[in-house]
Ligand binder design. Structure first.
Ligand SMILES: CC(C)(COP(=O)(O)OP(=O)(O)OC[C@H]1O[C@@H](n2cnc3c(N)ncnc32)[C@H](O)[C@@H]1OP(=O)(O)O)[C@@H](O)C(=O)NCCC(=O)NCCS
Length: 169
């Protein structure tokens, strides 16, 4: 992954990464929800997704979402759309959250296109927040409110939710 390669300061061992996922699967922390994206046809893991509920607020009303399709030959096949749709479903239908935030570096056209397709609106930028490829990059913050989801995304929902599995398989 580009960002992982660019942040050696954040590199952790495979054991530590597995321990983190094991903890998440056990549900020790209500706010950290990690998923493996599994391709239905091949049953292969092709990426991850996360829902990170904000815990610094008095009431848990918002969360950050994140995802990555790790296998590049699976990009632009609709997986990102399906995964975000499932995350929205969990956040708004199951957890009754009020808003979701997605942030990414400004040049990430794929992520911005996906977020805007799913109804997220650009809310702001934090300048020069990321450093990789030997330069600083702006961070774009996008948000989606529950009302907007109800009006815009909800009618687009389709049946079939098995592509997103909780934890590792
Ligand atoms: C961002 C990412 C998850 C998108 O996943 P994906 O499976 O390719 O997305 P989809 O196929 O569902 O495409 C969603 C929309 O984005 C558009 N899109 C995808 N890649 C694009 C690109 N490189 N440039 C412009 N638009 C793009 C698609 O055309 C589609 O819009 P459409 O349905 O109107 O045609 C994937 O590129 C990825 O994992 N990137 C690396 C990790 C990352 O950047 N994660 C996001 C950080 S928050």
């Amino acid at each position: 992954m580009r960002l992982a390669r660019s942040f050696p300061d954040h590199t952790i061992s495979r054991e530590a990464l597995e321990a983190r996922y094991e903890k998440a699967i056990k549900g020790d922390d209500f706010g950290e929800r990690y998923y493996i994206i599994e391709e239905k046809s091949s049953r292969q893991p092709i990426g991850w997704a996360s829902l990170d509920i904000h815990r610094w607020t008095r009431r848990a009303t918002g969360a950050d979402i994140g995802l990555a399709i790790g296998e590049k030959d699976r990009w632009k096949q609709g997986y990102g759309t399906e995964v975000v749709r499932l995350l929205l479903d969990e956040a708004f239908e199951q957890l009754n959250l009020h808003r979701l935030t997605l942030w990414t570096f400004a040049e990430n056209e794929a992520s911005l296109a996906l977020a805007k397709k799913m109804g997220f609106k650009e809310e702001g930028r934090t300048r020069e927040s990321f450093f990789f490829d030997n330069q600083y990059h702006d961070n774009v913050i996008l948000g989606l409110l529950r009302d907007e989801y109800d009006a815009w995304v909800s009618p687009l929902r389709r049946p079939g939710r098995s592509a997103l599995k909780r934890g590792r398989s």
